[in-house]
Design a protein around this ligand. Sequence first.
Ligand SMILES: *Cc1c(COP(=O)(O)O)cnc(C)c1O
Length: 438
Amino acid sequence: MEVVARAIARLAPDVPAHVAVRAARDEIEVVRGAVRQGQQAAASDAIAEAGALRARLVLADAPRPVINATGVIIHTNLGRAPLSERALAAVQAAAGGYSDLEYELATGRRGSRSNHISDVVREVTGAEAALVLNNNAAAVFLALEAHARGRDVLVARGESIEIGGGFRIPDILQASGARLRDVGTTNRTRVGDYARAVTDETAAIMRVHPSNFAQVGFTESPDARELASLARACGLMLINDLGSGALLDTTVYGLAREPLIGEALEAGADLVTFSGDKLLGGPQAGVIVGSDEVVAPIARRPLARAMRPDKMTIAALRATFGQYLRGEAAATVPVWQMIAAGIGELRERAERVSAGVTGVRLVDSRAAVGGGSLPGQTLPSVAIEVLKPRGGAEALARRLRKASRPVIGRIRGDRVRLDMRTVLPRDEGALRETLQAL
Ligand SMILES: *Cc1c(COP(=O)(O)O)cnc(C)c1O
């Protein structure tokens, strides 16, 4: 091992000795594992090189920037929504020094971090009050914990869903101390089903937007307004977890309708929850909007302190909402720029990136919104396809992932496709260089 560690130190002289030793140990473990599986041991040079790479990665910044060429706009594994220039500048300004995060400049007294968000959210959504938490999972959890602890919550069977990453509605309900009461059937649930399930123990009705799957065929779900009337008549709270929740109309871009936050409120929901980093196009966050009467008790729960967003989130979220307020979101928020990009523009960009590169061609492709929005819906797109990759498509995909600026594409049969709709304009040069180097 010492021999390998010394070789690593020679290859990567800037790496501290103990980091080189650990990298040597880890790399030798990898080789041993391979040998146990009947593979041949790697040459000592190769082990040292892999160890040096491993040691350098320990010292490198992370997460590493990658080029998303998957054609999935809101890709949870790739960090969901990229922030706008404006949001990035706001983060830098707020986080690089001191700020009035919890300080009232007018009075010199302690302020509330939520106040930086509530005015813009109110303006954009029409809600009376807003609370921002770490993510939407926290928002749903805390809304239930505040308003339904020890009592029943009615959820349609078709909405008792799993979002992914361990977020399952029955589990969140249970963790919050609320009791789940299933209502209706998997494919059809009517207002009458909810009405029959109401008892003295019922605290709330919760709607959950089935973000990541679509039901087709013999299906029925209750009208939002009728359900709100029922909730009001029975003195129940109506909670609507929109998941993504949109502020702009997706049908303008040839997509199906993603529910609008303002409409959900207008239809009578007492509380609406949504993510900051899905269709909103901002930082990871969970936003709760509703009347002051129902939002304020959530903010007062002890766990609200454990789920509060940091100053970078607040700065980015406020800047993002500001872009909606100014009516410029479709042109300046990256998620919406990608949704709105025309096919001619994508073709031009693909031509620019691939000009002079041999062994590639442009093909029509389909991009998706992703991130638990609009399942099954696609947008026409243009992809750069690498023809006859050396060693096969898997090997090429691996080489692309190992590029100094990793590129994540999609394998289609024996080809690798790089979808232009999700490649940020500022990454075009890096993508072109990587393609040329292949
Ligand atoms: C994505 C999603 C969540 C979880 O939101 P996070 O911000 O990822 O915590 C909750 N509910 C629904 C319906 C979702 O789509």
